[in-house]
Design a protein around this ligand. Sequence first.
Ligand code: NIG
Ligand code: FE
Length: 402
Amino acid sequence: MKSLKIGNIGELISYNTEKDAMCRYNNVEIIIDKGKILEIGKNLGPADKFFDCKNKLVTPGFVDPHTHPVFYNSREDEFLMRAGGMSYEEISAKGGGILNSIDSLRNTSKSLLIDKVKSRMNNFLKFGTTTVECKSGYGLSTISELKSLDIINTVNQDHKIDMVPTFMGAHAFPKEYQNRKEEYVDLICNEMIPEVAKQGIAKFNDVFCENGYFDLDQTTKIINRGKKYNLYPRIHADEFCDSGAANLAGELKVVSADHLMAISIDGIKSLAENDVVATLLPGTTFFLGKHEYAPYHKIKDSGISIALATDYNPGSCNIQSMPFIITLACLYLQMNILDAIESSTFIAAKSLMMDNVIGSIEKGKNADIVIWDFSRIEQLPYSVNRHTVRSVFKNGDIVFSA
Ligand code: NIG
Ligand code: FE
C-alpha cells in the first residue's frame, strides 16, 4: 500500500489526547501509511500520493455507537399515527413498535437482509460515519437473533465501514412469550447468550430497561449473565420514564447508558460515580415528535462523558445522518459545535471501547477522515438539507466521494 499525504487542509478539528481537549489546527498536513496516521504537522515530506483538500474542513470520521440496522419492513404508518397524535407507547401497545418488525425479520432470507444492511452501510459512509455499532433485536428467538448477528458479521467482512456487533435479544418480549416473560429471560440467559459467546459474534450485550419492557431484576440478570460470557454491557435506560434504569446502569457499571430522556438526578449521580458513558440520541426525541430532550447540561455538569448517536431503526428514528444529529444536538441539547463533534467522534469511540484506535486524527490511529465541502465547522449544523460531505477515508482508503 502506498503512502498518502492529505494536504491543503483549511482547518483540521480533532480531539487531542495529550491536551485532553478538542483542538483546531491550521496549515497542517496528514501522512497516512498502511491505513494508519503516520504523522500530522506542518510542511511534511513527500508521500507516494497526494489528496488536495482545497482549503476545506477536515474532521475524524464519525463513530455512531447506537443503531438497529438489521430489519426488513419500514414502519411509515407508525410515523403517520404519531403525526395524528398517538404516542410511541400507545402504538406499541396496539402491536406496533418493535413487535411490528419481528415477523418480517424472521421470515426474510439472510441474503435479502444482507443486501438491505449493505445498502444501509453505504448510506452511513456517505454521511461520514466510518464505524457503526449494530444491534440485533428484531429476531427475539435464538435462531433469528443468531441470524441477525451473522448478517452483521457477514456484511462487516467485506464492507469498508467497521461494524461493531451488539446482541440485543432483550429488545422486547416476543408475542409467544407475553404471558411467560421469565421464561424468555431464561432463554436469553441460558441459550442465546452462551451461543452468541460461543460463536464469538457480538462484543456487547444490550437490554431495553423500561416500564413495559425489561424490568430492573430482569435487566440485572441478563447483564450479569452477559458479563460471565465476556459480553460488555450497555443499557437502553430511562427513554420514556424514570424507571431507575440509569441508577442500575451505574450499579452494574455498564459501558454506556443510552437515551436518558427521563433520567433523574440520582440516575445522573450513579452514571457519574461509575464512569458510565451517556450516549444521547436526540434524533429519537425528534422523530417521536417529543419535546423533552435528555438533560444534556445537567449530565455534562456532573462530569459524565457524553456520546451522540443516531439510534437508526425502522420505528423510533429513521435517521442515518450524524450531521443531522449534530444539528439537533446544537438546537435542542444546546451543545456547542466542538462538543458535538467530540461526542460524535472521540467519546462515541469511548462508548464502544475503541478510543485507542479510532475517534480522533492522531498519530497511530486508523486513518478515518472526512473532508467537508465547507471551511468553517459552524457550517456543519447549519447545512441541514444539503449533502456537505465531500470525501470519506476509511483506513486510509477513499470510500466515498461526492
Ligand atoms: O432505541 N428503545 C428501544 N428500541 C428502539 C426502538 C426500536 C423500534 O421502535 O423498532 C430505540 O428507540
Ligand atoms: Fe435503540
